[in-house]
Write a protein that binds this ligand. Structure first.
Ligand code: ATP
Ligand code: MG
Length: 446
């Protein structure tokens, strides 16, 4: 993309409505525009990152064997009456009447709809295990939408649902989700710590929230600092192996890590004092085994191997796709702007032409642009007639991890400059070497 032809409404001033850095930077970098309270338009740059995050979620879900589909945003109230949640959900549910006076709602989540799909088509244990998921807009009429996309009213969420014959099988699905989530967040450059969460009215021990540590997080968290040393990395995992998935759960959840909702002072006191941490965190996902709550209420049953008909064991598993943009920026920025991790950056590299209109500089930039594109990379070329300082400031604000700076003086010596946004380190090299280096960095990522 050439910046002169892009739509990137960068703000010069700090927007006064933004209380936290991610919201401020998303507005300043022209990624989003508020449409009404807690509802945003995704401008081209923000939309690009949203799609990257969505793709990573898709890839990791499918790697785990989960099946993508798409359910509608508007749902009939009748299904929610069957589960009893039409009345329970309260004011967070946006209720709508259609022209025939029928009660509809904008889905805040999809347990009822998916259970209805399941019961209509599945009747035998032979069709299990099954995990279906989708990534779709949700609406929750939050009492206090704030912090931009972090707590929106309309937000983009991955929600997946497992259907299993037995509790043991459903717990394997739970563990499989935990593993896939660890991989998902790491690919986005995030550490998200699984923390024991509150089962709510359904109760039970089987729920974990994934939290990204950040001062601006809405949850208070308590943990053993040893949990921050854990990384999943690129280890191989067989998602069908009950033992392998259970071992990962054990490794990542046996140390103390809880949100304020489940915090237990006595247990926390058993953690060596030097390792006790109290901090704040952003919830970027949650996994939940809830047994037969919906399958019993809605009659989602299968015939088991013994011929008996039993309600299926279910769980639901969510990732806050649009919230993740805010969480990533909270975790990765400096006073100049965003610093995108390579896995989610909107463009792979920026090209800054220090002297637009200079024949040699223009030609070198065009050549770099063409070579990067030929390798399947997506560069952003700042070809505007602007002063160098302004171009650097824009690139720093946008946060592309790599910048190639091209100017007549360097070209005389046959070099351009390659700069890391994260470290600020620059290196001079021939243009072909810069292209080669960027290609290597993204090999296996882009
Ligand atoms: N209002 C919102 N805006 C943006 N993302 C949200 C919002 N509510 C939930 N999410 C994201 O969707 C994920 C799955 O939804 P879940 O039902 O677990 O949310 P929740 O526990 O009600 O969230 P919270 O406690 O933050 O209100 C959450 O982990 C979070 O990342
Ligand atoms: Mg939650």
């Amino acid at each position: 993309m050439r910046l002169s032809r892009y739509f990137l409404p960068v703000l010069k001033e700090n927007p006064s409505e933004a209380q936290i850095v991610s919201h401020r930077l998303m507005l300043r970098a022209g990624m989003i525009k508020q449409a009404s309270a807690g509802i945003y338009s995704w401008l081209p740059l923000g939309f690009k990152v949203l799609r990257k995050i969505e793709n990573i979620v898709h890839e990791e879900q499918q790697r785990a064997g989960h099946i993508p589909m798409l359910m509608p945003t508007l749902q009939s109230a009748d299904l929610w009456r069957e589960s009893g949640r039409y009345d329970d959900y309260g004011e967070e549910m946006l209720r709508i009447k259609d022209r025939h006076g029928r009660d509809m709602l904008y889905g805040p989540t999809n347990e009822e709809l998916i259970t209805d799909i399941f019961r209509s088509h599945v009747g035998s244990y032979k069709d299990l295990p099954l995990t279906l998921y989708h990534i779709q807009w949700k609406f929750r009429d939050e009492i206090r939408p704030r912090f931009g996309v972090m707590r929106g009213r309309e937000f983009f969420m991955k929600d997946g649902y497992n259907f299993d014959l037995t509790k043991e099988d459903a717990l394997h699905a739970y563990n499989r989700h935990l593993v896939s989530y660890l991989r998902t967040y790491e690919r986005m450059g995030l550490q998200a710590i699984p923390m024991r969460a509150d089962g709510g009215p359904i109760g039970g021990d089987y729920t974990h929230e994934f939290l990204v540590l950040a001062e601006t997080g809405e949850s208070e968290v308590f943990y053993d600092s040893a949990v921050t040393d854990l990384t999943f990395g690129d280890r191989a995992i067989d998602y069908d192996s009950v033992d392998q998935c259970a071992a990962v759960l054990e490794e990542f959840t046996s140390k103390y890590a809880r949100t304020d909702e489940t915090h237990d002072e006595a247990l926390f006191a058993e953690v060596p004092e030097a390792r006790q941490r109290t901090a704040r965190g952003i919830e970027v996902g949650q996994i939940f085994y809830f047994g037969t709550k919906y399958s019993e209420a809605m009659g989602a049953k299968v015939q088991g191997p013994d011929g008996k008909t039993v309600p299926v064991h279910m769980g639901s598993h969510g990732i806050g796709v649009s919230r993740l943009l805010g969480a990533i920026i909270e975790a990765s920025h400096d006073d100049k702007g965003i610093i995108w991790p390579e896995g989610v950056t909107p463009f792979h590299a920026g090209i800054v032409n220090l002297k637009q209109g200079d024949e040699e500089a223009d030609a070198a930039c065009e050549a770099l642009y063409a070579s990067l594109k030929a390798l399947g990379l997506d560069p952003l070329y700042d070809d505007r007639n602007e002063r160098a300082g302004g171009k650097f400031a824009t690139m720093d604000l946008l946060g592309l991890p790599w910048r190639i700076t091209v100017g007549p003086r360097g070209l005389k010596n046959g070099v351009v400059e390659l700069t890391s946004r994260r470290t600020g380190d620059s290196e001079e090299m021939p243009p072909e070497a810069a292209v080669e280096k960027i290609a290597q960095i993204y090999a296996g990522i882009a």
